[in-house]
Design a protein around this ligand. Structure first.
Ligand SMILES: NC(=O)c1ccc[n+]([C@@H]2O[C@H](COP(=O)([O-])OP(=O)(O)OC[C@H]3O[C@@H](n4cnc5c(N)ncnc54)[C@H](OP(=O)(O)O)[C@@H]3O)[C@@H](O)[C@H]2O)c1
Length: 251
């Protein structure tokens, strides 16, 4: 994706910080690239283990002329002590936060009948506790227009029995979306995006469509359009889950 000249990126979010958890994932990399190169934002890019994709991304964007400040950070956000250390570090580095994008996730099997407390706790900490704790510590640094965006999953509506801890803990994010939209209004708007399947650029569409009996998977491009809508859509739109799942949540 070409880097837009910062002089051209004159939108309301330019030069504000975007904090992106799980920025090392395909979705995180795409969103981080978009917010920095198109919206001219500064970036706090977080990963748990895979720092290399972030370093490579920043090197590539620098070669293309991006000159915004970028901070690469690493922490296991399912560990409450590591979470507190990460928050304290990032708080010292940033002011004027424009976007908090909660993308970090751990998707592994926890069949409901065999689910262990330890797995449930880790998922609840990563998807439920870490976002609210980060918002508690950052909302005073957010200035309007500012956005909180949660990456949830269309599976939260009915739940995936084989991934019970994942869908239950992701459902907490949808609850935070509604609760926080009310308490942070009108300074900050709060949004959730709920795909069923995000097709990556390197995935052929046919095998994916064979697995999905109804509808079309979301692509990274449509996801970025949703992010633009959230950023540019004004303050009236808040507290909603944007379902990108071809209507699956309807049953
Ligand atoms: N992909 C899909 O089809 C799909 C469908 C529905 C919803 N979603 C949602 O969309 C988002 C992105 O999906 P994705 O497939 O791109 O995700 P992914 O590839 O599974 O990446 C997960 C990200 O979260 C980070 N992470 C994992 N465990 C963590 C922990 N304990 N502490 C901190 N960070 C942690 C990873 O960091 P490291 O790379 O450093 O390990 C990585 O950056 C997720 O929130 C997911 O729930 C995705």
């Amino acid at each position: 994706m070409p880097v837009k000249n910062r002089e051209v990126a004159a939108g309301a979010f330019r030069d504000r910080w975007a904090v992106i958890t799980g920025a090392s994932s395909p979705v995180g990399l795409a969103v981080a690239t978009h917010l920095m190169s198109v919206h001219g934002m500064r970036g706090v890019l977080h990963c748990r283990a895979h720092r290399r994709p972030l370093v490579q991304l920043v090197e590539r964007l620098r070669r293309q002329g991006l000159d915004v400040p970028v901070l690469i950070t690493q922490a296991d956000l399912a560990d409450p002590r590591a979470l507190e250390r990460w928050i304290a570090y990032v708080r010292r580095q940033v002011d004027h936060v424009g976007v908090l994008f909660f993308n970090a996730a751990n998707f592994y099997k926890t069949p409901w009948a065999q689910m262990k407390w330890r797995d449930f706790l880790r998922m609840m900490t990563l998807h439920g506790w870490a976002p609210i704790r980060i918002i508690q510590k950052f909302y005073e640094k957010m200035e309007p227009p500012a956005r909180v965006i949660f990456m949830v999953d269309a599976g939260i509506e009915q739940g995936y029995p084989a991934y019970a801890a994942y869908t239950a803990s992701k459902a907490v994010m949808a609850h935070w979306t509604r609760l926080l939209a009310r308490v942070l209004s009108p300074w900050v708007t709060v949004h959730a995006i709920a795909p069923y399947w995000i097709r990556r650029e390197d995935e052929a569409s046919e095998p994916v469509l064979l697995r999905i009996t109804r509808g079309e998977p979301a692509s990274l491009v449509t996801l970025l359009r949703a992010v633009d809508l959230i950023l540019e859509g004004g303050g009236a739109m808040t507290g909603q889950v944007l379902w990108m799942d071809s209507g699956r949540w309807l049953g």
